[in-house]
Ligand binder design. Structure first.
Ligand SMILES: Cc1cc2nc3c(=O)[nH]c(=O)nc-3n(C[C@H](O)[C@H](O)[C@H](O)COP(=O)(O)OP(=O)(O)OC[C@H]3O[C@@H](n4cnc5c(N)ncnc54)[C@H](O)[C@@H]3O)c2cc1C
Length: 330
């Protein structure tokens, strides 16, 4: 459990950002509802704290209104537009001319979620192999012979590629030409800074998102312990290196101070993460790719690629969607 699921913002997203009818929109909204229920039933720490998206000047107001309209198109009906004065009342330290309250957003303990799923999976006779790397996939009699680096092998009629940052490698091992089929993966790094500063509000604070959909903007998140973090930043990388690069710190501070006055002395490097994106630098929106690959002569191979944010919020809906694909094969 050391992949992207361990290195993220731990936010339960509402589903306002993604184009109508996209998998990201539909699975996020379905997944959010399923996730709140699952977290409660399995006693995993979480809090439906809500978030405030802020427009910091007049020029951002049209985009904020469009974000509300998009959320409503997607079925998020409880969005509330607030004046600058109302934003101040809710979060006195925030600089905003207008804001949008998103009540369905929340935070969760992602490690607690993974632990709960592991227990449930194993209780239902699931078998998990840790520290084992798939290095070869061969087609044998309409099945897949999967070989691990330690020599262990499994034969499976159905194979799901859910390898996160390495999903392109697994797709290639299965025989897919990822470049020719538009499935090249791009790694996009994220950095977080923690602050010891305390604020008077208990909501997450988000700026207006990046217009290309590359990321949601460097926002303020709270974790279950009540700690305040800023992040994540976004820049494309060619290596899976989680080291913090503090040369981006000023850029980071400049983004945050647009919507919040902070004491930069209290800002300390925190975690980093890497996004598995199908969207290349400079490209527009790319959806989750979840498909059974019969059309590529790989029947029974179910390919999950580009499972970036809102992947955690969507996880139970992605599982439901994948299970439906498997059921349709039989
Ligand atoms: C910075 C950042 C912030 C995010 N914030 C949020 C958020 O607030 N809310 C939200 O909903 N989503 C968020 N996400 C997205 C979310 O974290 C991911 O969508 C989700 O965790 C992906 O889960 P996964 O299981 O697909 O991938 P992973 O968690 O990466 O799991 C993939 C697994 O495959 C294994 N694997 C890889 N290659 C092989 C191989 N060859 N053989 C065997 N195993 C292999 C890995 O070891 C790993 O265990 C964020 C992502 C990032 C990067």
């Amino acid at each position: 459990m050391a992949g992207t699921s361990s290195r993220n913002s731990e936010v339960i997203h509402s589903g306002i950002y993604y184009p109508q009818s996209s998998l990201k929109a539909e699975l996020c909204i379905e997944g959010r509802k399923l996730l709140y229920k699952y977290l409660a039933e399995n006693k995993v720490a979480h809090r439906n704290c809500g978030k405030l998206v802020v427009a910091v000047n007049e020029s951002e107001i049209a985009a904020l209104m469009e974000l509300q309209a998009n959320g409503i198109r997607n079925g998020v009906s409880d969005l509330e537009i607030l004046s600058g004065a109302e934003c101040k009342k809710l979060a006195p330290e925030v600089k905003a001319v207008m804001g949008m309250l998103v009540p369905s957003t929340g935070i969760m303990d992602t490690h607690g979620l993974m632990r709960a799923m592991k227990i449930e999976f194993e209780a239902n006779d699931g078998f998990l192999l840790f520290d084992s790397e798939v290095c070869e996939i061969k087609r044998i009699d309409e099945k897949y012979l999967v070989t691990f680096t330690n020599g262990e092998q499994f034969l499976a009629a159905t194979l799901i590629n859910a390898a996160g940052l390495e999903c392109e490698k697994i797709a290639s091992l299965a025989g897919i030409d990822t470049a020719a089929t538009g499935l090249k993966l791009h790694w996009c790094k994220a950095e977080y800074y923690k602050t010891s500063e305390r604020f008077c509000f208990d909501k997450l604070i988000y700026p207006m998102p990046d217009p290309t959909g590359m990321y949601l903007g460097i926002h303020l998140t709270l974790n279950i312990a009540g700690e305040v973090r800023f992040g994540p930043s976004a820049y494309y990388v060619h290596e899976l290196d989680y080291a913090m690069d503090e040369s981006h710190k000023q850029e980071f501070i400049d983004s945050v101070t647009q919507y919040l006055n902070i004491d930069t002395e209290k800002l300390h490097p925190d975690d980093t993460g890497i996004r598995p994106k199908l969207q290349a630098a400079g490209e527009g929106f790319r959806d989750f790719y979840i498909k059974e690959e019969s059309s590529k002569y790989l029947s029974g191979f179910i390919n999950l690629m580009g499972i970036e944010s809102p992947g955690l919020t969507s996880c139970l809906a992605i599982a439901r969607y994948t299970a439906d694909i498997i059921a349709s094969l039989n």
